[in-house]
Design a protein around this ligand. Structure first.
Ligand code: TYM
Length: 504
């Protein structure tokens, strides 16, 4: 059981709250978890984190009831009410959505009275692998809890489909600009977040080959890089049940919307883009910068906005691009007096915003040669691990060492066993373990961590039919969503299909 759950259980015990621990596999929705455990949605408790005027409050309701916002405003005595966004939720609860706990220390909590109509309620534990079964009367022991009427019973049946429709959507992309090989920086900064979200969200992930064309302008290389990236990503993702995985160029709407966005984007906005400014600073003449590269943020805005995601998980280097996408969405909406595009939000967890390279002073990046690969031969990975920056002040193995800024420990914090890493850190500080032993542990840990992905990579590589099928299905679904947005865009701009001429 993970530390978050253990800590939470301790807190509940101190409050005298009793419960049963129910373990289960990670499933795509609360509904599926309930089904697995043999219960229905009326036996499930959901904790909603909301912003009520200026304060965050928690509302505990039954899974089969719907929040009645008028009742909530009236009973809480507030005027404004909204759900906390993903970032606020993550910051306050520290747990994945779908695993919210009923007790949130220091957050005023309201219990919908319909919860008490059930003798037992199953609720989140902070982990997607554990559900706690409470006697609902025990919720009254949560400090300061108020019991109020906040909901109505859902009249429509809560079917599997309905929850999928109601699910929040995320979208992200990776460019096959290098050779398509992913490193642990891409994994932690982007892919891992994506895998975590895919448990509970409707996810779109694209291989951004149109973006790659800005720098890779050779047919065979682009194809090879793209194929390699596809295999890398699919191998890491594993379960695709909640993911629409597609190749950007299979969905022509990206290029089409880019043209339309070109017309609402001021030149100055793009001139301020870091990628373009960096190029100029590297003494590259304007003449040598192609317009695709300059327009890159507009294409990325199209990638995002076509799918109207709630948020976009990326590393920090992409933050400005998401801001530009927000800006473009606002300008489009304003120019064409439409509400087509909700403003997307970046999701950038602080601890993986920038994963530093093995040199310890620059972002991990293939072009800088400071990466640790995932699918390379184990001998290559070993070499990368062994050359990782540790503590330059430590000359002999028995010198006391520093763990801050020591990349081996930085990576171990993500991948290693918590207890073992803590032990190694202690020993390292006391000069009781040589660098090479810790590095060997990191190497073994990485191979073990990525063993299932490496296996899947081999399987997919020898099964192109399967990969093509995934791409075909992904493209169809993506085209459906993107096509529907384009219909709205055409209608809003006057670019309606010609067969509708004379009908307006
Ligand atoms: P790209 O291909 O450069 O990188 C893919 C993702 O990996 C993240 N990343 C890192 N995160 C933390 N530390 C690192 N060392 C590190 N290296 C890479 C990146 O931030 C990114 O999230 N333009 C995008 C691809 C793209 C896209 C999109 C992303 C195209 N369309 C729409 C989101 C939404 C790019 O080139 O990322």
């Amino acid at each position: 059981m993970d530390e978050t759950v253990k800590k939470y259980i301790e807190e509940l015990k101190q409050l005298g709250i009793d419960f049963k621990v129910l373990e289960h596999p990670q499933l795509i929705s609360v509904e599926k978890v309930q089904e697995y455990l043999g219960f229905g949605m009326s036996d499930a408790g959901a904790t909603l984190l909301m912003k009520a005027d200026d304060n965050f409050v928690a509302i505990i309701k039954r899974g089969d009831t719907k929040l009645d916002s008028e009742k909530v405003k009236k009973n809480l005595g507030v005027k404004n009410l909204r759900m906390a966004n993903e970032t606020e939720f993550a910051e306050i609860t520290g747990v994945p959505s779908g695993a919210a706990t009923v007790y949130l220390k220091n957050i005023p909590t309201y219990l919908d009275e319909k919860v008490l109509e059930k003798e037992y309620i199953n609720a989140g534990s902070g982990s997607l692998l554990v559900t706690l079964r409470f006697k609902s009367e025990d919720f009254k022991k949560i400090p300061g809890i108020k019991i109020v009427d906040l909901t109505k019973i859902e009249t429509g049946k809560i079917s599997g489909k309905k929850t999928i429709i109601g699910k929040k959507r995320i979208l992200s992309g990776i460019t096959p600009s290098g050779d398509g090989t992913l490193h642990i920086g891409n994994y932690l900064g982007a892919v891992k977040q994506f895998i975590d979200f895919a448990k509970t969200h409707d996810c779109f992930l694209m291989v951004a080959d149109l973006h790659a064309l800005t720098t890779v302008q050779d047919k065979a290389t682009l194809q090879k890089n793209t194929e390699n990236l596809i295999l890398n990503e699919l191998a890491l993702l594993g379960d695709l049940s909640n993911i629409t995985f597609f190749r950007q160029s299979d969905v022509p709407m990206h290029a089409e919307l880019t043209w339309i966005f070109n017309n609402v984007t001021p030149l100055g906005l793009l001139k301020r883009a870091h990628a373009y400014k960096d190029k100029l600073q590297k003494d590259v003449m304007e003449e040598e910068i192609n317009l695709g590269l300059f327009n890159y943020p507009i294409l990325m805005a199209s990638d995002i906005l076509l799918y109207k995601p709630d948020f976009v998980p990326v590393g920090r280097d992409q933050k400005q691009h998401i801001e530009i996408a927000r800006d473009i969405a606002e300008r489009f909406n304003k120019t064409f007096k439409s509400k087509i595009f909700p403003l997307p939000e970046a999701h950038i967890p602080e601890e993986v915003a920038v994963v530093m390279g093995t040199d310890g002073n620059r972002k991990m990046s293939k072009s800088l040669g400071n990466i640790i690969g995932i699918f390379d031969d184990s001998a290559v990975i070993k070499k990368q691990v062994m050359s990782t920056y540790t503590d330059p002040t430590r000359i002999h193995a028995d010198d006391p060492g520093h763990i801050e800024g020591n990349m081996v420990f930085t990576y171990l914090d993500f991948f290693g066993d918590k207890g073992k890493v803590a032990e190694y850190k202690e020993k390292y500080k006391q000069g009781k373990v040589p660098d090479v032993e810790v590095k060997n542990y990191l190497f073994e840990t990485l191979l073990k961590y990525f063993a299932p992905a490496r296996q899947l990579y081999r399987e997919l590589k020898s099964n192109p039919v399967k990969v093509k099928k995934i791409l075909k299905e992904g493209a169809e679904k993506a085209r459906e969503v993107a096509g529907s947005t384009m219909t709205e865009v055409r209608n809003a701009t006057g670019l309606t299909n010609s067969y509708s001429f004379f009908e307006y």
